[in-house]
Design a protein around this ligand. Structure first.
Ligand code: HEC
Ligand code: HEC
Ligand code: HEC
Ligand code: HEC
Ligand code: HEC
Length: 160
């Protein structure tokens, strides 16, 4: 009996550990957008808020249609009509901070002149949409850079 209990506890423990260790399910974007194919363009053409606003923003279909009034090459494979033209593209956001944290792209990109890669690694150059954030943007990551750069480390600087 005791052995059985021990086994049950072990199984439960392992299951709990797995749930903690398991990464969040990878995201699947509605269209296989390739940053690499648009490498000649400034990031802010599509992410309009990156320099001046809190949110960088995800581009709406109108931005794409400036160049893609007709479906782009290899479009059959990417369901352009269905996802890209017929309706606003339902892009999913990969990076997410909880509501109690304040973050502004303007502050970091417009003022502090940090590169996008310092927080998003190579997303801007990749050939496929990232299934999950390539870098952790948790409190420790924020604080590590704030310490390094001599930026504000007060709780109230980041938390409402
Ligand atoms: C400034 C012009 C421009 C804008 C704006 C633009 N694209 Fe493109 N896009 C291109 C060019 C040029 C190519 C062709 C590259 C090639 O043929 O390899 C392309 C290729 C593509 C392809 C095909 C990629 C492949 O694997 O062959 C897709 C899908 C695509 N774009 C989606 C989008 C989406 C979605 C948007 C809006 C978020 C967008 N594009 C905005 C110029 C643009
Ligand atoms: C032609 C438009 C276009 C250009 C130019 C562009 N992006 Fe994007 N970007 C998108 C679209 C569409 C998505 C959403 C789909 C995806 O994740 O690939 C996206 C997603 C992202 C994301 C993920 C956002 C999230 O939720 O975490 C990052 C980071 C990003 N882009 C960075 C960049 C950087 C850096 C550059 C410049 C080097 C750049 N992008 C240039 C269209 C563009
Ligand atoms: C100091 C770190 C940092 C830098 C530098 C940075 N980002 Fe972000 N980015 C973030 C964080 C954190 C989020 C999530 C914000 C949230 O959930 O409110 C984010 C979210 C995004 C998103 C998702 C949509 C949105 O507006 O939330 C895009 C797109 C994006 N960033 C693009 C860029 C581009 C392009 C650059 C460079 C011009 C850039 N970022 C520079 C940290 C950064
Ligand atoms: C790669 C370095 C870096 C990372 C990562 C980073 N920051 Fe910053 N942050 C800075 C710098 C540098 C400043 C000072 C900008 C200025 O000149 O105002 C700053 C300023 C700020 C400010 C303004 C603080 C004030 O009151 O002066 C807030 C809020 C902030 N960051 C939040 C965050 C959050 C939240 C994260 C994590 C999601 C984060 N930062 C990640 C470098 C970074
Ligand atoms: C540079 C920005 C920054 C500063 C400064 C900062 N935090 Fe945070 N904090 C974050 C971010 C981003 C998150 C959300 C991501 C995470 O949970 O790591 C967070 C999350 C938290 C959480 C919630 C954890 C959870 O489980 O939801 C608490 C509590 C917290 N911070 C307390 C503090 C305290 C106390 C201080 C001051 C000693 C502080 N923070 C300073 C950025 C910051």
């Amino acid at each position: 009996m005791r052995r059985l209990l021990r086994l049950a506890a072990l199984t439960l423990g392992t299951a709990a550990a797995w749930m903690l260790l398991l990464p969040r399910a990878p995201l699947r974007q509605p269209l296989a957008f390739s940053h690499a194919r648009h490498a000649g363009m400034a990031c802010a053409v599509c992410h309009r808020g990156a320099l001046e606003q809190a949110r960088a923003g995800i581009p709406e279909a109108a931005v794409c249609l400036k160049c893609h009034a007709t479906a782009p090459r290899a479009a059959a494979a990417v369901k352009w009509d269905e996802a890209g033209r017929a309706q606003p593209i339902a892009w999913l956001r990969v990076s997410h901070l909880p509501d109690h944290v304040m973050f502004s792209h303007r502050r970091h990109v417009g003022l502090a002149r940090l590169e996008c890669t310092s927080c998003h690694a190579e997303v801007g150059a990749s050939a496929v949409p990232p299934p999950r954030p390539p870098m952790r943007l948790d409190m420790n990551a924020c604080l590590a850079c704030h310490k390094r750069e001599g930026a504000n480390q007060d709780c109230a600087g980041c938390h409402r």
